[in-house]
Design a protein around this ligand. Structure first.
Ligand code: URA
Length: 427
C-alpha cells in the first residue's frame, strides 16, 4: 500500500477499501503517512465524500488508534451527551449531575473550546480549585461514587489520537466542513470514552458550526448510525442555535447561570433543553426516573456539589468577576426580535473567554451578559448587553462584534417564539 494511490483513488471519486483505510489511519498515527499526504486525502474526502461503509471503517480505525475505555463493570449504566457546540451552551454543567441524580454514570471526556463556542472544561476551570486532569483510577472512583456519579474531564492523549492529529490538520487546511470527517471525529472520541449510550445535541443556525438544517440532519443521521454500528445506543436532537442559550456566554458567567438552573431557577430555554436531553439520556440508560423532579427537589444540585468537590473544586467559593464592564443600552422602544448568537460568541471570545489557538489561556470572568431575549419588550435606555473582561483593550473589539447583534422593532403583535428542539433522530 502507498499513500499516493489512496489519495488518487479518493481524488478520482473511488471508494477506499477497509484495508486502505486501516493502513492510512494507522500510518498517519505512527507518523509514517506525512501531514501533507493526510491533508490531501482530507481534501479529497471533503470534495468526494465517503460511503456509509467507508465512514464506519474510518471511525473504527480512529478508535483503534488509541485505547477504548470500558465501564461495563460499573454498577450503574453509562450514558453521555455531546453537543456540536453553540453560544452560551452550558447545558453539560446542569445536565451531567442531573442525569447522575437519576441513577446513571456520566463519563464525559471533553476537549477545550476553540473559536467562538466555549469549552466545557474552560467553564468548569473557573471554579476555584477544579481540575480537568484525572487519571483512569480517579475517573472510575468518581463514576462509582453514588453521591457524584458524573465526571467531566480532559480526554487523555491515548483517546483516538488519530483524530487529535487529523483535527489539527483539518483546522488549518480548510477541511473541517466534511460530514463524514466531522461525524467520524466526534463519534470516534465518544465511542472510545466507553459510554454505553449517547445523546447528541446537533446545533443548527447562525451560532452553530452547521448553518443549514439539511446539513445538520445529515450529520446527526450519520452519527446515530455510527453509534449503532459500534453498539452504542445513540439518539440525536437537532436544536436551534440562532439565539444564544440562556443569558450568559463566558466561563464563570455560565457556571453561575448553571448553578441557578440547579437551584430551580435559571433561563427557561436552558431548563427546557437540560430536561429534554436528560429525559433522552435516562431513557437510553434504561432508567425509570423523572429528571424534572430530580431538578426540582435539589438532588441534581447535591450531585453537582459532590462532582465539583470530587475534582478538587469548591462549589461554595465565589466565582471570579471581571475587572471591567461596559453596557450597551437600547436606543429605541419596541420588541427584541433578534439576538444574534454568532455576534455574541465572537464578542465573548474577543473579550477573553475563548482562545484563537490551542494552548492559549482564557479569562475565567470574561464574556457577555444578555439582559433581554427575543420576544421581550424593550424600553429605550434599558440595558441590552453587558461586556465583561479583565483587559479593557478588548472592549472595542467586543463592541464592534456586538454592533449589529440586536434588532429592536416596533411592536407588531405577538412574536411567535421559535421552537428550541427542531427534530429527534433515532436509528
Ligand atoms: N468537533 C469535533 O470533535 N470534530 C470535528 O470534526 C468537528 C467538530
Amino acid at each position: 500500500m502507498d499513500a499516493v494511490s489512496i489519495i488518487t483513488t479518493k481524488r478520482d471519486g473511488g471508494e477506499l477499501s477497509d484495508a486502505q483505510i486501516d493502513w492510512v489511519v494507522d500510518g498517519f498515527t505512527r507518523g509514517e503517512v506525512a501531514d501533507e499526504q493526510m491533508s490531501a486525502l482530507a481534501m479529497a474526502v471533503l470534495l468526494r465524500g465517503m460511503s456509509r461503509r467507508e465512514t464506519a471503517r474510518w471511525t473504527q480505525a480512529m478508535i483503534d488508534s488509541g485505547t477504548r475505555l470500558d465501564f461495563t463493570d460499573l454498577p450503574r449504566p453509562t450514558v453521555d451527551k455531546h453537543s456540536t457546540g453553540g453560544v452560551g451552551d452550558k447545558i453539560t454543567l446542569p445536565l451531567a449531575p442531573l442525569v447522575a441524580a437519576c441513577g446513571a454514570a456520566v463519563p464525559q471526556l471533553s476537549g477545550r473550546g476553540l473559536g467562538h463556542t466555549g469549552g466545557t472544561l474552560d467553564k468548569l476551570e473557573s471554579i476555584p480549585g477544579w481540575r480537568a486532569d484525572l487519571d483512569r483510577t480517579r475517573i472510575r472512583e468518581i463514576l462509582s461514587d453514588p453521591a457524584a456519579g458524573a465526571v467531566v474531564c480532559a480526554a487523555g492523549a491515548d483517546l483516538a489520537p488519530a483524530d487529535k492529529r487529523l483535527y489539527a490538520l483539518r483546522d488549518v487546511t480548510g477541511t473541517v466542513e466534511s460530514i463524514p470527517l466531522i461525524a467520524s471525529s466526534i463519534m470516534s472520541k465518544k465511542i472510545a470514552e466507553g459510554t454505553a449510550a449517547l445523546v447528541l445535541d446537533v446545533k443548527v443556525g447562525v451560532g452553530a458550526f452547521l448553518k443549514s438544517r439539511a446539513q445538520a440532519h445529515e450529520l446527526a443521521t450519520t452519527m446515530v448510525e455510527l453509534g449503532a454500528d459500534e453498539g452504542v445506543r445513540t439518539v440525536a436532537l437537532l436544536t436551534a442555535m440562532d439565539t444564544p442559550l440562556g443569558r450568559t456566554a463566558g466561563n464563570a458567567l455560565e457556571v453561575a447561570e448553571s448553578v441557578e438552573v440547579l437551584a430551580g431557577g435559571g433561563p427557561a430555554d436552558v431548563v427546557e433543553l437540560t430536561v429534554a436531553l436528560a429525559q433522552e439520556m435516562v431513557a437510553l440508560a434504561g432508567l425509570d426516573a423523572d429528571p424534572a423532579a430530580a431538578l426540582a427537589d435539589g438532588r441534581a444540585m447535591d450531585h453537582w456539589r459532590a462532582m465539583v468537590r470530587a475534582q478538587g473544586g469548591n462549589p461554595g467559593a465565589p466565582l471570579p468577576r471581571a475587572r471591567h464592564t461596559e453596557t450597551i443600552r437600547a436606543d429605541r422602544d419596541g420588541v427584541l426580535t433578534r439576538l444574534d448568537a454568532l455576534s455574541v460568541g465572537v464578542a465573548a471570545w474577543r473579550l477573553g473567554a475563548g482562545r484563537a489557538k490551542q494552548g492559549d489561556p482564557v479569562q475565567a470572568a470574561a464574556g457577555v451578559e444578555m439582559h433581554a431575549k427575543p420576544g421581550d419588550t424593550i424600553v429605550a435606555g434599558q440595558p441590552l448587553l453587558t461586556l465583561h473582561t479583565d483587559t479593557p483593550a478588548a472592549i472595542p473589539g467586543g463592541l464592534t462584534a456586538l454592533a449589529d447583534a440586536c434588532t429592536v422593532e416596533p411592536s407588531s403583535g405577538e412574536l411567535c417564539p421559535q421552537p428550541l428542539i427542531l427534530e429527534r433522530i433515532e436509528p
